[in-house]
Design a protein around this ligand. Structure first.
Ligand code: GUN
Ligand code: ZN
Length: 429
């Protein structure tokens, strides 16, 4: 069923795509889209589209075609850490996560986990991920090689840690500079790969290493930076002890020139008004990771406040603090957390966050996240009646919004009918 690269490909089905960050969208009940050489070249109502005669046509009937989902924060090496019982962040890192990450000194191990991660990611309808690797450069090579085989867009980088972790997971400021620069030269803009300088979080880097991260971030064109900020109260207190001269956790990163465009921070739960202002003024991206925040008992993300401040916001699975690679589980948890803050996160807004909004959060909104001529053909096909309970619930659904909400609340990977990356079918149920 896999189309050849050059054969035009036509997909039919219901089609939903957002047009801008005001949640304006296009929805075609009987839609058609044309893919040529990995790009979307036409989209619209089935009566309006003329496609080349030699096109291969796949009719998805009543299924919904959406832009491929975007995971803004995940740790591919933590596939085996998912569902580790009973700890909060710092103990969870020490007792479960660091011991697992030590195994990534083996390239073969890293490769096998990268394969599992990518296949599960596609099976859940995600087509772009921004992922942490481990401190080992081989863990970065393994991920990029495997992603390149399927032409998948990934942002990834070697974790920098030079204190407060097991010895075998520590590098030094100099090693982290040398290794990261070599990896940037090798992988940044190589195919669809993009590199992220990746200091794990302020407690595991010395000031010297944070300086190195700042230099790598500013001296390499369009490179990303990813880290964590203000996830749990104990962690926030620890950072205050380690960096007494800084006015807040976010301010630590600011003082090492680690904020700005393409700086992606997971969590940001315990932000003060001034942190929100700084994130907004520097155009720093925050990735909300709701299943992780619930699992680790981190706290309730102030979605509405950060959104109203104009901060670029994405959603992340944050595996293995997060408990699911499903976009539905992520949207469901985001809805539930917002409920506690008296904000009703609409289903359209949730789908926006995982598509156009996710692309905007990663500064890729001109390439992915929409079904529009000229955009890269990363697409996810959703079976809207994937289980008996969904089928039953869908009978009462009256509009698009209710249809999406039913999926958010009840669907899982069984709802993902197919996933296309760069115009190619890479997963089919
Ligand atoms: N903070 C520092 N490292 C991690 C990690 O691996 N996961 C989460 N959720 N938070 C972190
Ligand atoms: Zn994380």
């Amino acid at each position: 069923m896999e189309p050849s690269q050059d054969e035009p490909l036509v997909l039919r089905g219901k089609i939903l795509t957002f047009k801008n960050n005001k949640l304006d969208y296009e929805y075609w009940e009987k839609g058609v889209l044309l893919i040529e050489k990995g790009f979307i070249s036409q989209v619209g109502n089935h009566t309006d589209i003329n496609y080349p005669q030699n096109s291969k046509v796949i009719d998805f009937g009543q299924d919904l075609i959406v832009p491929g989902f975007i995971d803004g924060h995940v740790h591919y090496p933590q596939m085996s850490v998912i569902g580790s019982y009973g700890k909060k962040l710092i103990d969870w890192l020490n007792d479960y996560t660091y011991p697992e990450e030590i195994k990534f000194s083996s390239y073969d191990y890293a490769q096998s986990v990268a394969r599992l991660f990518l296949s599960e990611t596609l099976k859940n309808g995600y087509t772009t991920s921004s992922t942490f690797c481990t401190v080992h450069p081989g863990s970065v090579d393994a991920l990029f090689y495997e992603a390149q085989r399927i032409e998948m867009r990934v942002i990834a980088g070697k974790v920098l840690m030079d204190r407060h972790a097991p010895d075998s997971l520590l590098d030094t400021a100099q090693e982290s500079f040398d290794d990261s620069q070599e990896l940037i030269n090798k992988w940044h803009n190589n195919g669809r790969g993009l590199y992220a300088v990746t200091p794990r979080f302020a407690p595991t880097s010395t000031p010297d290493q944070l300086e190195v991260a700042g230099a790598l971030f500013s001296d390499n064109d369009n490179v990303y930076l990813q880290s964590h900020v203000s996830e749990q109260l104990d962690e926030v207190d620890w950072v205050a002890d380690l960096f007494p001269e800084s006015s807040s956790y976010l301010d630590v990163y600011n003082s090492f020139s680690l904020l700005g465009k393409r700086a992606l921070y997971g969590h940001g739960i315990y932000f003060s008004e001034s942190d929100i202002e700084i994130a907004s003024a520097t155009d720093t991206t925050i990735i909300h990771c709701p299943t992780s925040n619930l699992f680790l008992g981190s706290g309730l993300f102030q979605y509405e406040k950060l959104k109203d401040a104009g901060i670029r916001l994405g959603l992340g699975t944050d595996i293995g603090g997060g408990t699911s690679l499903s976009p539905f589980a992520t949207m469901k948890a985001a809805y539930e957390i917002a409920q506690f803050n008296n904000y009703s996160l609409s289903p359209l807004e949730s789908f926006y966050r995982l598509t156009f909004g996710g692309a905007h959060a990663l500064h890729l909104e001109n390439k992915i996240g929409q079904i529009k001529p000229g955009f890269e053909a990363d697409l996810t096909i959703i079976d809207l009646s994937s289980t008996d309970i969904i089928k039953n619930r869908m009978r009462d659904v009256e509009d698009l919004s209710e249809m999406l909400f039913t999926q958010i609340m009840l669907a899982d990977d069984r709802a993902i009918r197919a996933t296309f990356v760069n115009g190619k079918l890479v997963y089919e149920k």
